[in-house]
Design a protein around this ligand. Structure first.
Ligand SMILES: Cc1cc2nc3c(=O)[nH]c(=O)nc-3n(C[C@H](O)[C@H](O)[C@H](O)COP(=O)(O)OP(=O)(O)OC[C@H]3O[C@@H](n4cnc5c(N)ncnc54)[C@H](O)[C@@H]3O)c2cc1C
Length: 382
């Protein structure tokens, strides 16, 4: 078997890369280890309109559970801030449907897909990746490819087989646990975020509504004393609602891996650490980077140049387009790590009184005079 491009992983990263490699003329095979694309879900399912623009698809009622108009944010003492529109706008997806629909889009663009097929190894020639060894229904298959795209998620093994360092540790990962709950009376158009060391150490808890009193309720933490599941149980213990699904998973929240390409291979999405470190949001970034990787792969095929020297165009482009946002987001995550509950409360009370778009120098000066420990932090934020 021989393809121009083999994509490993069949969710957002894999499908977006496949769609754009296929549309640009490459012969593509996408390989997914699970029997069905889109399950099990490991996501709170929030995304912004950027995802649809990037993928050139319409936000369809087929996979949109709720349209989000804003967000409510709670400090540990209950101080509450409300955001309307702007960055807080977006959608709650039904990812089981969305991910499969993206794979259908890839197939329509010409991608062949193998499910229940696990990539076990890479083929290499003179140090250059030139295909994969996969296992399907107990049978081992060699599949040659000019370019391999590793979109195999946070536990990626494929990039490591190519010699790239994508290793995540408990320190670099956020640990998440989430219920999809039924019976929760919450506004279907607003996200809720809860901060505090007792609720979600070095992270936050969320309620993302899916309409009809159904919501994703979860916690993401960075702590090794108790598990995310422990905090989830605690957070939901007083809710008059019942779970119909439990998801647990890790999110790479420490910025992208050092190098996202090598001879014959590119890495995309969670496998490359392409996630906003502060929010843990990876859907729109993965779609973006998947698209860039797919387009660069197709160009490499056209030029018959699969070297790392050519594929580095991928890294250059995604860094140019979203690298700065990821760096900023990491800065905010590091700030949050350092704040005590009391400091979060003080900051929330200050921000609540301000018009966030135009915090005046005078009000900042007054605040810092009263609480000098925030001087560096406010300098960083503003
Ligand atoms: C609990 C939780 C909540 C989240 N909530 C949000 C949110 O609300 N909004 C948001 O934007 N982001 C969220 N994220 C992050 C987001 O889900 C990910 O960033 C995004 O799904 C990454 O997509 P991906 O395609 O890179 O990887 P994945 O979705 O992990 O897909 C990788 C695929 O590769 C397959 N695979 C792995 N190894 C192999 C192999 N050897 N052979 C074949 N196939 C293989 C896997 O089966 C899987 O289907 C959340 C993450 C978690 C854990």
């Amino acid at each position: 078997m021989k393809y121009d491009v083999v994509v490993v992983g069949g969710r957002i990263g894999g499908s977006s890369a496949s769609i754009f490699a296929s549309r640009n003329g490459a012969e593509v095979l996408m390989i997914e280890k699970n029997q069905e694309i889109g399950t099990p879900v490991q996501c709170a399912e929030a995304t912004s309109s950027r995802t649809f623009k990037t993928l050139e698809i319409e936000p369809s009622p087929q996979y949109i559970r709720s349209e989000i108009k804003g967000a409510d944010i709670y400090a540990p003492d209950g101080t509450h801030g409300h955001l309307e529109g702007g960055y807080a706008e977006g959608y709650i997806l039904e990812r089981k449907v969305f991910d499969k629909q993206l794979a259908i889009e890839a197939a329509k663009a010409g991608t062949e897909i193998m499910v229940k097929t696990r990539v076990k190894n890479l083929l290499k020639k003179d140090g250059q990746v030139c295909g994969v060894v996969a296992k399907h229904m107990g049978r081992s298959i060699e599949i040659k490819a000019d370019v391999v795209i590793a979109a195999d998620g946070v536990e990626s093994k494929v990039a490591q087989m190519a010699g790239l360092n994508t290793n995540q540790t408990p320190k670099t990962l956020g640990s998440c646990a989430q219920y999809e709950m039924v019976g929760l009376k919450t506004d279907p158009h607003y996200l809720k975020f809860y901060f505090g060391q007792k609720i979600a150490p070095k992270g936050y808890a969320w309620i993302f509504p899916k309409g009809d009193n159904v919501a994703n309720v979860g916690v993401g933490i960075r702590s090794n004393t108790e598990t995310a599941y422990y905090y989830l149980k605690k957070f939901t213990s007083s809710m008059d609602a019942t779970p119909v699904e439990l998801n647990v998973g890790g999110v790479p929240v420490s910025g992208p891996v050092e190098k996202t390409y090598t001879d014959g291979l590119m890495i995309v999405g969670d496998a490359a650490g392409q996630v906003e470190p502060f929010t843990g949001g990876g859907v729109h970034i993965t779609a973006h980077c998947g698209r860039v990787a797919g387009e660069v792969a197709a160009k490499a095929v056209e030029r018959e140049d699969y070297s790392g020297n050519f594929l580095k165009k991928y890294e250059k482009q995604w860094k140019n387009e979203i690298g700065k946002d990821l760096k900023e987001s990491l800065k905010y995550r590091k700030i949050l790590d350092k704040l005590s509950d009391e400091e979060i409360n003080i900051l929330a009370q200050f921000l609540k009184k301000q018009d966030l778009k135009s915090i005046s120098k005078m009000s900042m000066l007054g605040f810092v005079k009263e609480y000098p420990q925030f001087l560096k932090l406010l300098k960083d934020i503003l």
